[in-house]
Design a protein around this ligand. Structure first.
Ligand code: ZN
Length: 452
C-alpha cells in the first residue's frame, strides 16, 4: 500500500525518517514486546555467508541485498533512496537457527504498526520527487493478475490457458465498501487548441448542411470563446489561455467563459506533437500571449503582425537556440519514462533541424538514463553502485545509436559523439565493477585512522 502523509507529517530530514521507520532491533529489556515481534517477523534470512541455501540467494548473493552495511546515522538525500540507521551494537542481537543475527538483517518497520498488528509489515520511505512518475506507472498498471494454466495434454499449449483476474483481499474490501479508487486535485481543465476554422464539429448524419452550418459553427470552442472573453472582461487580459480556468469557468452548454465564482482549477493546453509545425507554435504562443481577441492578435508581437506563428514565436526570441526542443524534453521528462524520452530525443534530432544537437544532449542527457543505472545496479546486485557520468553518458549514447540505427541514421550524422565500444565492454564487466566500487570516502577515513 502506498500512503501519502499530510503536509505536517511529511519526511524532510533523516530525523523525520527515524521517527517513523526503524531498521534496528529494539532493546529487549526496555521493550520486550516489540523485541519479540521484530525478532519473530522482521528478520531477513539468515542468508549470505551464514546460510548460502536461503531462498533469497542468487549467484551467491542475497537478491534483497542483505546483510545491509552498518550505518551510524540515517541518510536522506533528494533522489536517492534513504539508507536507514543500523548501528553496530553488540548488545542488540537475536539467535536464529543457531546463528547470531544483528541489526544488519532487520527489515525496516514501524513500531506502532508492529505492536498493533503483530505481523510482518515492511515500511519504506519513497518520497523522492523523481520517483513519483515511476510510482504512478506502477499504480496505474491495473489490478494484479495471475495467469493460471490447466493442462492435461502437455502438447496443447494454447487451449489450456485461462487468463484470470486476481483481486487481493485488501483491494476486494476496498471495492466492496465502495471507497474512492482515485481522486484528482486540483481540477485540470483540458483546453482545446486548433488552427483558424479547423475545430472539430460533430453533427448527425441526417442533418442538412445548412443546419450544420447554422448550428454548430456558431458555437465557440474554448479557444475562440477565450478570444471573445478577452473583449468582454477587462480582468481577463491579465491571464494567458492556460491560466484562464483559474479565474473563469467554461460553460459547456452555452459554449462561453464566465467569471469564476468559487473553486479552483488549472488549465493545460491539449498536447500538440512538435512536428505539427504551425499548430505547435500556436500552442507555444498561447502559453505566453495574454488578452488576445483573435488569431491575428496571437501572432502580433509589439504591434507587428507576423505572417506565421513560427515567425511570431521567433520574434519573441524563443526560437533559433533550440529552446523549443529543450522545452519539449523538459515537459516530457516530468511524466515519461527514460526510454520514451530517448525516443523523443531521437525524433527531435531526426526531424526537427536542431541547431546544436550536442548542446541539447548535454542539457538533457541526465533525464534519459535513470533506467540504465538501475539496470546495472540490479544486474550486478550492487544497489549502491556509482557509475561515473562519462560512462553513463557513453552507455546512453549506445542506446541512442541503436534507436537511430532503426531509422537508418547514426549519431555521427548529427554531430554527436559515437559511443566508445571498449568502455561499453568495461561497463558490462561485473568483476571490474566490483573492483571499482569502493566507498572512497569511507576508505579514506579508515586510511587516516590506520596509517598512524
Ligand atoms: Zn537474503
Amino acid at each position: 500500500m502506498l500512503f501519502w502523509l499530510k503536509k505536517n507529517y511529511k519526511c524532510y530530514t533523516a530525523t523525520d525518517i527515524d521517527s517513523i521507520i526503524c531498521a534496528e532491533l529494539p532493546d529487549q529489556n526496555i521493550d520486550p514486546m516489540l523485541y519479540k515481534i521484530v525478532s519473530q517477523f522482521m528478520i531477513h534470512g539468515p542468508c549470505g555467508e551464514l546460510n548460502s541455501k536461503s531462498p533469497c540467494m542468487r549467484d551467491g548473493k542475497c537478491s534483497k541485498f542483505y546483510p545491509k552495511p552498518y550505518k551510524m546515522n540515517t541518510t536522506f538525500e533528494t533522489n536517492v533512496a534513504p539508507i536507514y540507521r543500523r548501528r553496530d551494537d553488540e548488545t542488540k542481537f537475536v539467535m536464529k537457527k543457531g546463528v547470531r543475527i544483528d541489526n544488519r538483517f532487520v527489515v525496516p518497520y514501524n513500531q506502532d504498526l508492529l505492536l498493533r498488528y503483530n505481523a510482518h509489515i515492511n515500511v519504506e520511505s519513497c518520497s523522492q520527487s523523481m520517483l513519483i512518475k515511476y510510482l504512478f506507472k506502477y499504480i496505474n498498471k491495473g489490478p494484479d493478475r495471475a495467469r493460471v494454466g490447466f493442462q492435461e495434454n502437455l502438447n496443447d499449449e494454447i487451449q489450456a490457458y485461462l487468463s484470470c483476474r486476481y483481486i487481493s483481499p485488501p483491494e476486494a474490501i476496498w471495492r466492496l465498501f465502495e471507497y474512492p479508487i482515485h481522486s484528482r486535485h486540483p481540477a485540470v481543465e483540458r483546453l482545446a487548441v486548433h488552427m483558424f476554422l479547423e475545430q472539430n464539429i460533430v453533427f448527425d448524419e441526417n442533418q442538412s448542411l445548412d443546419s450544420v452550418l447554422s448550428n454548430k459553427c456558431s458555437k465557440d470552442t474554448m479557444l475562440t470563446g477565450w478570444f471573445k472573453a478577452n473583449e468582454l472582461y477587462s480582468d481577463a487580459k491579465t491571464l494567458t489561455y492556460a491560466e484562464f480556468p483559474s479565474k473563469f469557468v467554461w460553460d459547456r452548454q452555452k459554449s462561453l467563459w464566465k467569471p469564476r465564482k468559487q473553486g479552483y482549477s488549472i488549465g493545460r493546453i491539449a498536447n500538440v506533437y512538435h512536428t505539427a509545425s504551425e499548430l505547435y507554435y500556436l500552442r507555444m504562443l498561447l502559453n505566453v500571449q495574454k488578452g488576445c481577441s483573435s488569431y491575428a492578435a496571437v501572432r502580433t508581437i509589439d504591434n507587428i503582425l507576423y505572417p506565421s506563428y513560427q515567425d511570431a514565436y521567433r520574434a519573441l526570441g524563443l526560437l533559433g537556440d533550440d529552446k523549443e526542443w529543450s522545452e519539449a524534453l523538459i515537459n516530457t521528462s516530468y511524466t515519461a519514462s527514460c526510454s520514451e524520452i530517448r525516443h523523443l530525443f531521437v525524433t527531435i534530432i531526426l526531424f526537427c533541424e536542431v541547431a546544436n544537437p550536442q548542446q541539447l544532449f548535454n542539457a538533457h542527457w541526465r533525464c534519459m538514463c535513470d533506467d540504465l543505472l538501475y539496470k546495472l545496479q540490479t544486474n550486478f546486485a550492487m544497489p549502491n553502485l556509482v557509475v561515473p557520468d562519462s560512462e553513463l553518458q557513453n552507455s546512453l549514447l549506445f542506446e541512442l545509436e541503436q534507436i537511430l540505427n532503426t531509422s537508418s541514421s547514426s549519431l555521427k550524422d548529427h554531430r554527436l559523439p559515437m559511443p566508445d565500444e571498449n568502455k561499453m565492454l568495461e561497463l558490462r564487466n561485473k568483476l571490474l565493477r566490483e573492483e571499482l566500487d569502493y566507498d572512497r570516502i569511507a576508505l579514506q577515513q579508515e586510511h587516516s585512522i590506520l596509517l598512524p
